[in-house]
Ligand binder design. Structure first.
Ligand code: ATP
Length: 212
């Protein structure tokens, strides 16, 4: 089984990283692909460039076997739609169940995603808990996909909806960008190697909001 965690990763932080490790271990995944979007469809442009966000992700994943920094959305360019990303992953892994992880915040906007119902033809969707966000009521389409058991995730290549609780870490990239812009210390919210990169490249600092 292959896990997928898409995001802006602007920057990557321990909320993402801990989630990836926990779902990998708890669901017995071979790999979790962390996939930074080139241009996220439903939000303003990221503060840091795609190259910087990928570089930070690669630094964060150094020495973490099974967590993969996957640059397919950045290579593809343009607006990053998950339906295209899953189609590309399905080509790479024709016989493995794909598990798309989304935080409870992202899941509440699922119906706005391009061809959202078709996502289930390519992958399972696993909603992970996030502090401050509760699960929205499910429409009949989603209720029909819901499973309370893990077994259907490994027995089918795609098509199920599952909820997975993870250690609650109330960390958000927006707050980290604000901390850095306010010249405060973001230590222990994200890896030191990433903080060093941010400082060296002057990302998110008040004097350089260009992201270049
Ligand atoms: P921002 O504050 O810029 O919106 P973010 O911290 O929410 O960023 P994203 O890159 O947008 O990070 O998130 C990628 C995915 O990881 C989403 O599915 C999101 O719900 C999930 N996620 C992010 N932070 C956490 C967290 N602390 N706990 C659980 N899931 C998280």
């Amino acid at each position: 089984m292959i896990g997928i965690l898409g995001g802006t990763f602007d920057p990557i932080h321990y909320g993402h990283l801990r989630a990836a490790v926990e779902v990998k271990d708890r669901l017995g995944l071979a790999q979790v692909h962390l996939i930074p979007s080139a241009q996220p469809p439903h939000r303003t442009l990221p503060a840091a460039s795609a190259q910087h966000r990928l570089a930070m992700l690669q630094l964060a994943l150094t020495n973490h076997a099974g967590l993969v920094a996957d640059d397919r959305e950045i290579k593809r360019g343009g607006v990053s739609y998950m339906i295209d990303t899953l189609a590309s992953l399905r080509q790479d892994y024709p016989r493995q169940p794909l598990l798309l992880f989304v935080g409870a915040d992202a899941f509440s906007h699922l119906a706005a995603w391009k061809q959202w119902q078709d996502l289930f033809a390519l992958a399972h969707i696993v909603v992970i808990t996030r502090p401050g966000y509760s699960n929205p009521p499910l429409c009949s389409f989603l209720t029909a996909k819901l499973t309370q058991r893990r077994q259907p995730l490994s027995e089918n290549l795609a098509g199920q909806l599952y909820f997975q609780a993870i250690t609650p870490l109330d960390i958000a990239a927006t707050a980290i960008r604000q901390i850095i812009a306010g010249q405060l210390d973001p230590a222990f919210l994200l890896p030191d190697t990433v903080i060093d990169y941010i400082n060296h490249q002057k990302l998110y600092h008040p004097i350089d909001q260009t992201g270049n």
